[in-house]
Design a protein around this ligand. Sequence first.
Ligand code: ADP
Ligand code: MG
Length: 274
Amino acid sequence: MSENIGAEKTEEHAEKSKSERGFSDPTSNHLSGPATTLDTKTGPSLPYLFEAVGIAKKFEDGQVHALRGVNLRVMAGEFIAVTGPSGCGKTTLLQMLGALDRPTKGTLLYRGNSIPDLRDPWRYRALEIGFIFQAFHLLPTFTALENVQIPMFENHLSAAERKDRAVGLLKSVGLKNRLDHFPAKLSGGERQRVAIARSLANSPSVLLADEPTGNLDSENAHLILELIARLHHEQNMTLVLVTHDIGIAQRASRIIQMKDGRIVTDSESIIVRK
Ligand SMILES: Nc1ncnc2c1ncn2[C@@H]1O[C@H](COP(=O)(O)OP(=O)(O)O)[C@@H](O)[C@H]1O
Ligand SMILES: [Mg+2]
């Protein structure tokens, strides 16, 4: 746990792949195929990583309003905790940010590019976003080392480079003695550490964590939180963390509370709605 996750190799990889990916340039063809609409008000100088305006999401033929007009601006490097009662739309919001689902209304931009109109949403997910889920979502028939390498197939790494990088990531989350273990042979805390290592496979700009400590006992929850907070600090990545735990939320630089599909308080903008 004490090794430095922000190893030089990781940073070098991050820098190289960022420019190769073209994600820092809103006019890049990697992101903006013919389908992508670019907002003319958002030039390359705009500092927002995410910008959501009036995001709504309806499920089941309009019966369920999971999001009812979310406005949110996220700067690169922020650590945002999202809290709120079950069913208020936290997971839905994270899925929109990660291009796992699309809004039914509103504008949602990543570095000035419309997320729902991305030509290659799978590339965006694989290269820009690291996901950490409550239920870990490891593949049971693959070892820890193999699970961490899976997202790397989106990159042009040799088999040896993939393996080296996965070993480094697993060491950095304190699992150097668990490389060849299958998920079933790992504890909950260890599984989540594998999932965290996997989320970092391609040096993402953003970590989206959906109640990552929800399935863990308090001791492991604390260790996982420390690890995620350390990652955010060392790698200066943007972190959006959904949690019910107010103690965890207080570690964040900004707390957003949701209710009934809306943001009701945002410690950044101090907007409070009843
Ligand atoms: N795929 C889906 N189909 C239908 N309803 C959904 C779906 N996903 C979420 N919902 C509903 O949308 C609302 C918000 O859900 P969710 O974003 O998962 O809330 P939270 O993560 O805050 O608990 C809930 O009423 C939930 O039942
Ligand atoms: Mg949820």
